[in-house]
Ligand binder design. Structure first.
Ligand SMILES: NC(=O)CC[C@H](N)C(=O)O
Length: 349
């Protein structure tokens, strides 16, 4: 018997599986029905304990293709039922084996929907299971790359400022024939200039965006020089770099069916999401940004765009992985931004 204990005192007894180690972290829940491998390898979960509300996890196993990063950076997983006998032709191992391999503990036989309801009512809390385990701080430093990586491609070159990027973002860029240079988030704007990019993408990443405030001057310079597209943490950082504010949400958005309205088109799309923070609408008033997307469920800000410069960002995940691909058109918009700037001969900056 292993027990998940929340900082607020509630306990959830279950059975340990995966690695036999203790863990502590922020307890968050994802409501997606599929895509557990992508979720567990999304670097934005670094330091968190992930609760799956879908009742059976592991039924199609772990495969070679679905990882969003090389190794998981979350602290632990909590499931209702873990499938130990996956059934899929691509399955290489089961959930228990994979968690054990990566030193991550799991807890099963927990009423994860009850746990999710509690988190929804009380707000996100930290928790732990097993004896000991530290809460991770400075999460970006644990998952962001320290060296640049060059992914050769076509004519246009994108520099991806990496705070713990998902593979899906790189895939969507290379799929459009772009050359991608992934750079550490600590790089200077001058060093990026030396790479002669056609556009900049600012990645997703874990933790509070305010924790990486040291990059804001670089982001501001990049936005005033190149077509720029920010995703999730990247969106929050673009907002902060221009004087807007972010705040922690009560329990965040994690799942594959979050409806977002594109206010420019009056069209609602379903989106993949994984975040705890959001941009404060009122704080946008003093910036040169307008709101482009809004969450249909809770009215939170889901996207912004600069009034003049080719700079846009979204809180959700247009690269999906896991989740619906309905908003992948945003990568095409980013391509158009880069083409238009070249046509105009980089008249701004
Ligand atoms: N997926 C992300 O990039 C998450 C952004 C940020 N860490 C948040 O939780 O809000």
């Amino acid at each position: 018997m292993t027990t998940l204990t929340l900082r607020t005192g509630e306990t959830f007894a279950g059975k340990g599986f995966g690695a036999d180690v203790a863990c502590s972290g922020e307890v968050v829940f994802n409501t997606g029905m599929t895509g557990y491998q992508e979720m567990m390898t999304d670097p934005s979960y670094a330091g968190q304990i992930l609760v799956f509300t879908y009742p059976m996890i592991g039924n199609y196993g772990i495969n070679r293709r679905d990882a969003e990063s090389i190794k998981p950076s979350l602290k632990g997983v909590v499931v209702k039922k873990a499938s130990h006998r996956p059934h899929h032709h691509q399955a290489m191992m089961n959930l228990h084996e994979w968690l054990t391999l990566h030193g991550i503990p799991g807890l099963m036989d927990v009423d994860t929907r009850m746990l999710a309801r509690l988190i929804r009512e009380r707000g996100t809390v930290t928790g732990s299971f097993g004896e000991g385990g530290d809460i991770l701080t400075n999460q970006v430093a644990h998952v962001a790359s320290e060296k640049a990586t060059w992914i050769p491609g076509g004519e246009k070159r994108v520099v991806l400022l990496d705070f713990g990027s998902k593979k899906g973002i790189i895939r969507e860029l290379t799929r459009r024939g772009l050359e991608v240079i992934v750079v550490p988030h600590t790089i200077s704007a001058r060093e990026i200039d030396a790479l002669h990019p056609d556009g900049i993408v600012i990645s997703n990443g874990p933790g509070d965006p305010v924790d990486v405030s040291h990059v804001l001057p670089t982001i501001q310079t990049l936005c005033s020089t190149y077509p720029t597209f920010g995703i999730c943490l990247g969106h929050q950082l673009i907002a902060l770099a221009h004087g807007a504010k972010t705040e922690k949400m009560v329990f965040g958005h994690r799942g594959g069916n979050h409806p977002v309205m594109d206010k420019r088109k009056n069209v609602v799309s379903l989106s993949s999401q994984n975040h705890s923070y959001s941009v404060v609408r009122e704080s946008l008033a003093q910036t040169d940004f307008v709101e482009t997307f809004v969450n249909v469920n809770d009215d939170s800000v889901e996207g912004i765009m600069h009034k003049e410069l080719p700079v846009m960002s979204v809180q959700f995940h247009p690269e999906a992985a896991p989740g619906p691909v309905d908003t992948s058109y945003l990568f095409d918009e980013f391509m158009t931004m880069m083409v238009n700037v070249q046509k105009r001969g980089m008249t701004y900056a």
